[in-house]
Design a protein around this ligand. Structure first.
Ligand SMILES: N[C@@H](CCC(=O)N[C@@H](CS)C(=O)NCC(=O)O)C(=O)O
Length: 217
């Protein structure tokens, strides 16, 4: 059955991995499933046809036969459940991997997104300069906690899982800030994720949309 995802027709970062279709592409590459991409404009994202797929008018979405999903947490979880390669077979290890997916999306991503908002959208506000250090400290708190838990391990809980895919995807948002520098084990963790062939294929395929180079999927 053909899998179709949606992605930005014009991506704000020019396809350099920040748009969330990257994590869905990555999951599909990890499990070896081909997929098609339908590009949507910002205007089309807010029109009824897309809203029927995604009530909040965003990307990515995921279609497979008569199944339509939105939210990257749900999409990556679905891929990991349906195809082998992203969740361990052992029930407890599987539950822990899923826990890390939730931790990435519910606990680590929110302060990182808040920082992006503060830097990009609120920089001209009179209170921005005073607030920014507070927002950065909230990110640092989470990074310190995650760094302490990861320690010297390669991945968060045994073998690479959907939990690592999601956590790496979230941390990649900090790549161009200096915040990861204080946590070398997290920086190395992110680099390990980026070095995975499946991630590289996903990244290249997204970038190719905007550079015109042929995609790998
Ligand atoms: N929680 C959603 C967030 C989706 C989201 O924020 N998508 C962004 C692209 S990465 C988007 O469509 N932004 C355009 C908009 O919100 O109008 C998920 O994980 O799928």
């Amino acid at each position: 059955m053909t899998i179709t995802i949606t992605a930005f027709e014009r991506s704000p970062d020019g396809g350099k991995g920040l748009a969330r279709d990257t994590r869905v592409r990555w999951a599909l590459e990890e499990v070896g499933q081909p997929y098609e991409v339908r590009l949507v404009s910002f205007r089309a994202m807010k029109e009824p046809a897309h809203i029927a797929l995604h009530p909040f008018g965003q990307i990515p979405t995921y279609e497979e036969g008569d199944l339509a999903l939105f939210e990257t947490g749900s999409i990556v979880f679905h891929i990991a459940e349906r195809y082998a390669g992203l969740l361990p077979g052992d029930a407890s290890a599987r539950a822990r991997a899923i826990t890390w997916m939730f931790a990435a999306l519910n606990t680590v991503e929110p302060p990182i997104l808040e920082l992006t908002t503060a830097r990009l959208l609120e920089a001209d506000k009179p209170w921005s300069e005073a607030r920014l250090p507070l927002v950065e400290d909230r990110v640092r708190d989470r990074l310190a906690q995650l760094s302490a838990r990861l320690g010297d391990a390669e991945w968060l809980d045994g073998a690479f899982s959907a939990g690592d895919l999601m956590m790496t995807s979230v941390l990649l948002r900090l790549k161009h800030s200096r915040l990861l520098d204080a946590y070398p084990n997290l920086a190395a963790y992110v680099a390990r994720g980026e070095a995975r062939p499946a991630y590289k294929r996903a990244f290249d395929a997204q970038l190719a949309v905007y550079t015109g180079r042929p995609t790998t999927s």
